[in-house]
Design a protein around this ligand. Structure first.
Ligand code: NZQ
Ligand code: ZN
Length: 389
């Protein structure tokens, strides 16, 4: 295993009723001006807004609302949130939503304090954050990104047509609250998209060196089996508490750093999806479903051992009568069947991308992963995208 140092600064509260029970206490060490940040209004329809407001009002907090955070949050929205904080002397940011709300809030927590253009200094370039960001807490309403327990924030800069993520430990939320019942109202389409995002985070970590026996890969296999099983259960019954709980915690576990320990990590499929998102504003999990399959067909032979292991240990495919190559391809076929089974798109056109001309620009603007079994080229990414079309 490769060397590592591990710390995760986010205190995590999990389970039914955790917001009602712990939110007031979690906020008690901070000032009274709380910025409540949320998306396009789902929390008003499903009752989460009322539940959170009740706690904030009872705790005597002065609430400043920052809403309309869009999926694939933009840098412009980040600056809007930062300005609101400066105008109102906000002491604490409370983000309620999915990855988009959480990521936007992390960037806002920097932009509200920094004197610099944070996009330029921390996203375009990667500088060290030498100041304290504004404290942030998050309440998760949809499983998928795992943003709640890391410092990662994926932001889209529309001016430069770049969507990219950075992970700064200083941006880790002070606390994260995960009530699986909050995800009951997520549409099946979004739930499966989030489910595939979880699976993708695990696969992007698993399909990388080292190949020698290591704890991270063992945990990753157990998590992948759990996501596949529980997604099937949650599709059958969206109010299955056990299934929703497992999906929610698997989502956090995939991105809280634990399965990444000692691993190189690939994440090229994510790099491609992010740039596709910058050009088309496509849904993150759906974009990954389209790209991953073709991407893995391109790289599996360079990491044959791991793809064989994946077929056997995750999909329980029997080895008898198959060459290693056939076995590895059966594992990739199993992902393909699963994508179809849960109703995710399989082509860019199904994803709503009809302008083939953008593909070259998408390909040329992708970051190249250093941790992949095969170092891809921009030309090869274009080929992958064309095959996805
Ligand atoms: O806008 P709201 O009202 O929040 O509605 C959202 C949105 O329409 C809705 N939703 C959320 N909770 C709900 C609900 N609808 C009904 N009931 C609920 N309880 O779901 C829709 C999607 O939400 P969004 O936050 O956009 O989705 P997701 O969580 O997939 O986040 C996507 C963003 O996160 C980034 C993605 O690139 C994308 O920008 N990622 C962040 C990562 C990180 N920070 O670690 C890692 C990921 O790989 C990813 O890149
Ligand atoms: Zn993702």
């Amino acid at each position: 295993m490769n060397n590592f140092i591990f710390e995760n600064a986010t205190k995590t509260y999990f389970g039914r009723g955790c917001v009602k029970e712990y939110l007031a206490n979690a906020l008690s060490g901070y000032g009274d001006n709380v910025m409540l940040a949320y998306g396009s209004g789902s929390i008003k329809k499903n009752g989460i807004y009322d539940e959170v407001m009740e706690v904030l009002n009872a705790a005597g907090k002065n609430v400043i609302e920052f809403f309309g955070i869009m999926s694939n949050p933009t840098y412009e929205k980040v600056l809007e949130g930062a300005a609101l904080i400066k105008e109102n002397g906000v002491d604490f940011i409370l983000g309620v939503g999915g990855g988009s709300v959480m990521d936007c809030c992390k960037a806002v927590s920097m932009a509200a304090v920094s004197k610099d253009d944070v996009w330029d200094k921390y996203w375009a370039k990667m500088s060290v954050i030498d100041f304290e960001t504004l404290p942030l807490g998050v309440i998760v309403t949809v499983a998928g990104t795992g943003s709640e327990m890391n410092g990662g924030a994926v932001i889209t800069n529309e001016k430069y047509k770049v969507k990219t993520g950075r992970d700064y430990p200083k941006c880790n939320p002070k606390f994260a609250m995960l009530d699986p019942e909050y995800t009951y109202s997520v549409s099946v389409d979004q739930m499966v998209s989030g489910g595939f995002d979880i699976l993708s985070h695990i696969m992007e970590t698993y399909f990388s060196e080292p190949d020698e026996d290591n704890v991270s890969d063992d945990i990753a296999e157990a998590l992948m089996r759990s996501v596949i099983r529980n997604l099937r259960e949650a599709i059958k019954n969206p109010k299955d508490y056990t299934a929703r709980s497992n999906l929610m915690w698997a989502s956090t576990m995939a991105e809280n750093g634990i399965i990444k320990l000692g691993k190189k990590m690939d994440f090229e499929a994510h790099q491609i999806e992010h740039q596709l998102g910058a050009y088309s504003n496509c849904n993150h999990g759906c974009g990954l479903a389209v790209i991953s399959l073709v991407y893995y067909q391109h790289i599996y032979s360079y990491g044959l051992y791991k793809f064989v292991r994946f077929a056997r240990n995750v999909w329980n495919i029997q080895a008898e009568g198959k060459t290693e190559d056939e076995l590895a391809r059966s594992g990739i076929e199993a992902i393909s069947d699963f994508i179809k089974e849960i109703g995710l798109p399989t082509t860019l056109q199904e994803l709503g991308i009809t302008d083939k001309d953008i593909l070259k620009q998408v390909a040329n603007s992708c970051n190249i992963s250093a941790g992949s079994y095969k170092k891809t080229t921009h030309q090869e990414i274009l080929k992958i995208l064309e095959e996805c079309y």
